[in-house]
Design a protein around this ligand. Structure first.
Ligand SMILES: [Zn+2]
Ligand SMILES: [Zn+2]
Length: 835
């Protein structure tokens, strides 16, 4: 006779680890009915480690190996922290990008929501809350006061509480502890004291009565009048008719008022004071509750046309590409579209590359959308990201989120529209670590799943998007006129070879560029110079024997940095002293080769000693504030010449820039990548677009060794269609996207022979399954990085083939190879739709 089936209360969970599978835990009876998909559950894993896992599903069912079944320890939340649509998206990403759900989990949640035993928590000495703590909370806090900083795992060992994670979570939420990642700010709702009229005085009659009583208390009457004035003004802003209900920050109310009068009104029961949670995010952007303009400036004829065309296109298509030249005023169109969505009660996600999401833009959006706007930026403190996340789950979520790549992971309850500005930007693709997702493509999938529309906006569309628009998959709207009818800049190509021949070069500068800069400076105008290399010189060379210093961990030469007085490896970050003598021939003549932004900056000071020069690259903008400060200084005219890497090609819209110099166009063209021409076209067009604003046509000087290239004339003529046609032909001929799908296979190992063997084995297995679709193995241009040797294979799959089937085979091959002992410590990963 068969044993009766025993049923358990079970949950399949995702752990924040790169594990291929979900894990099943038994739920204690106390959790019956409380655990839902998307809840965080504390579970043990491995030896003594605990994690907050995400529940994928909770159910009652049999389990075949009862002895192996571990119990969940605790439930962290009353309500799930993920919506079903998000869990669906996580699964889609893990499947499509050939990674694990654990990797998606790690990327998706802000660290404040990812509590685990490896998390480090820090005591907050400023914590002073009157709310009582539970006994275990007090115990842990007392301990932490002594320990100051501790791994949750280690805390568990010394604490007398059975399970410390939920206690730590509560203390984090109260602000008594903070996560180590975020020492700057702890997650604790910021509060301000607010004042409002008590309900007793809501009627005009009662107020008149009160004013009669206050005839002899002038200061109380003054204060009350001030309160009423302020609340009327505030009511007008928030469109709240019940003006008397409006709250006023006490600090604002009390300007020039008497504290005694305030106390008196409070005692009379006229005014009440209470604490209100405020978002830190508005605070950070210095947003004053100022002018909340309901109606932004009128659209031009061209903008209105584009706006209508987009609306029409959405009747037929889920996705529309807005191809608008630089400075054509796309943002105004976005604002109109967002207003439409909000009017219909739907939410909008407005996604931009990190570098374009500036305080300038946020401020502008805030003027229109006020507190309906949430900002999600990877450089904001984690606490703020947690705050936005929680708000999105609440009954009053933000109507519009403006954010970077990672904002696609936020919860949306009623998404109507996704706007992806600068859709061609490669930074929408996450390169490392997994998930190696492309936020634009994920957004398209998410929008489709939620019944929302997507608008892609750019002056230089990606080839894929333009192809989709041409073939009718997307709608296409073109805006070819700059806002205010400003002309596109004049681009002048200067042949470096000729200049060299005539000995008219000064360092990296040709005579025409120097001349144009001098003219601009004479007219008190600004200049942007684009050089896509940071540091002082990309290489140093011995004049006698040709020796150059190289990284000991990587197969690359080192970049000289003047600022930090070091040689730096741009691949692994290792630093070395600048060599004084050649170790090979003992020669002293070690000279810099080539020009980085630092060297350009130095030379500029020689050629234009009067000019104020600033540099914008990774080294000068480590913090968000440094970047914003440079932008602000430039805007205020405190910088005459701004030299920088591709950071200067976007986000800068300033009126006084009359000259843009592209110092070395060839550096962009000679990249070993099928996208190098596309990228070069985009970068050059974008940086050229910075020149020439309202009053005059701008001038772009493009220095190149290959002026005869068709691409150069396409940039000069701003002829995107011609560029597109020439590129699309090549892509078709060589079966590159959009005419195939690419998967890169990356292999890495410390040991050189092992990686070579692994590559050969991989190639064999791939060819068995995919035949001639496999290219490689190849050794990348940089064959070793951070001690790991690299190999790469490319898989080109026709667009008509089943990708699901291809992915299944790739997973099998990976599992098969990694199960072999000799490859255990190898890294093997796929990059789907690489950029
Ligand atoms: Zn030498
Ligand atoms: Zn290195």
């Amino acid at each position: 006779m068969e044993r009766p089936l025993r049923l358990f209360l079970l949950a399949d969970v995702i752990l924040p680890l790169p594990l291929a599978d979900t894990y099943t835990y038994r739920l204690p009876e106390t959790m019956r009915g409380k655990v839902e998909a998307g809840s965080r559950l504390i579970v043990p894993f491995g030896s003594k480690k605990i994690y907050s896992a995400i529940v994928l599903r909770a159910y009652e069912g049999p389990y075949d190996d009862e002895k192996q079944l571990k119990d969940a320890i605790d439930l962290l939340d009353d309500a799930p922290v993920l919506l079903p649509s998000q869990l669906w998206l996580w699964q889609w990403i893990a499947d499509y990008y050939l990674c694990t759900l654990g990797e998606v989990y790690k990327a998706a949640l802000p660290s404040g929501l990812k509590l685990e035993s490896e998390s480090v928590v820090v005591y907050n000495p400023d914590y002073d809350d009157d709310n009582p703590l539970t006994k275990s909370e007090q115990h842990v806090l007392d301990l932490m006061e002594r320990l100051r900083k501790q791994k949750v795992l280690d805390l568990q060992k010394v604490v007398e509480v059975k399970n410390v994670l939920p206690v730590v979570k509560n203390l984090l939420e109260k602000g008594a502890l903070t996560m180590h990642e975020e020492l700057r700010q702890n997650y604790r709702p910021r509060t301000v004291n607010c004042v409002r009229l008590t309900e007793d005085y809501f009627s005009q009659d009662r107020l008149n009565e009160l004013f009669d009583q206050l005839k002899r208390a002038q200061r109380q009457a003054d204060l009350l009048v001030r309160y009423l004035d302020l609340s009327k003004a505030a009511a007008a802003l928030t469109l709240d008719n019940r003006s008397l209900l409006v709250e006023i920050e006490k600090q604002t109310l009390m300007e020039g008022q008497s504290e005694a009068a305030f106390r008196a009104l409070k005692e009379r029961g006229v005014l009440e004071v209470y604490e209100k949670e405020v978002s830190r995010i508005g605070q950070m952007d210095n947003w004053t509750n100022g002018q909340l303009s309901r109606d932004n400036g009128a659209l031009s004829e061209a903008q209105k046309c584009a706006f209508d065309e987009i609306q029409t296109s959405f009747l037929k298509h889920d996705t529309c590409l807005l191809h608008g030249v630089t400075s054509s005023g796309k943002t105004e169109i976005y604002i109109r579209l967002i207003q439409e969505q909000i009017a219909q009660g739907r939410q909008v996600l407005y996604m931009l590359p990190e570098i374009v999401l500036t305080a300038q833009l946020v401020e502008r959006l805030r003027r229109v959308f006020g507190s309906r706007l949430g900002v999600y930026h990877s450089k904001y403190p984690d606490a703020e990201r947690v705050e936005v996340w929680k708000r999105q789950l609440s009954s009053q979520p933000y109507d519009i989120i403006v954010g970077v790549r990672s904002s696609i992971f936020l919860p949306f309850q009623n998404l109507g529209l996704v706007i992806i500005d600068e859709e061609h930007e490669t930074s929408f693709k996450q390169q490392d670590p997994a998930p190696r997702y492309h936020a634009r493509n994920v957004a398209l999938v998410m929008a489709h799943h939620m019944g929302a529309k997507t608008l892609l906006g750019t002056a230089t569309p990606s080839l894929e998007s333009y192809y989709n628009a041409q073939s009718g998959k997307y709608g296409l709207v073109t805006l070819s006129e700059r806002f205010g009818q400003v002309q596109l800049p004049l681009i002048r190509v200067v042949d470096i070879r000729q200049q060299r021949h005539r000995k008219e070069m000064k360092g990296a500068f040709t005579t025409p560029l120097l001349q144009a800069m001098r003219d601009a400076l004479d007219h008190r105008q600004q200049i942007i110079l684009f050089q896509n290399r940071r540091g002082y010189a990309p290489q140093v060379e011995c004049q006698t024997c040709g020796w150059t210093p190289r990284c000991t961990h990587c197969d690359v030469s080192l970049t000289q940095h003047h600022g930090s007085r070091q040689m730096v490896c741009h691949y692994c970050g290792a630093t070395y002293p600048i060599p004084q003598r050649c170790p090979q021939c003992e020669g002293y003549e070690l000279l810099p080769v080539g020009y980085g932004t630092e060297r350009i900056e130095e030379d500029l000071q020689k050629y234009f000693p009067q000019a104020r020069v600033a540099r914008m690259d990774l080294d000068t903008t480590r913090s968000r504030t440094a970047y914003e400060r440079l932008l602000a200084d430039f805007e205020r005219g405190q910088i005459d010449i701004l030299v920088g890497t591709q950071m200067v090609t976007k986000g800068l819209d300033f009126d006084r820039v009359s000259v843009v110099g592209i110092l070395n166009a060839d550096a962009l063209l000679n990249q070993p990548d099928f996208r190098s021409y596309e990228r070069a076209f985009q970068l050059m067009s974008q940086v050229a677009g910075r020149a020439g604003r309202r009053r005059q046509q701008g001038l772009v000087i493009m220095q190149t060794r290959s002026p005869e290239l068709p691409l150069i004339s396409q940039v000069v003529a701003n002829d995107y269609p011609a560029f597109y046609l020439s590129q699309v032909e090549e892509r078709q001929a060589f079966r590159y996207p959009p005419f195939s799908r690419l998967v890169y296979v990356h292999l890495r190992h410390r040991d050189h022979p092992t990686v070579a063997r692994l590559a050969a084995d991989m190639a064999t297995l791939l060819r068995q399954q995919f035949g001639t679709r496999v290219l490689g193995p190849d050794t990348p241009a940089v064959s070793r990085v951070a001690q790991l040797w690299r190999r790469q294979l490319i898989l080109k799959i026709e667009t008509t083939a089943s990708m699901a089937d291809a992915r299944r085979r790739l997973r099998q091959i990976r599992a098969r190879l990694l199960s072999q002992p000799q490859y255990r410590s190898a890294q093997l990963f796929f990059d789907v739709d690489p950029m």
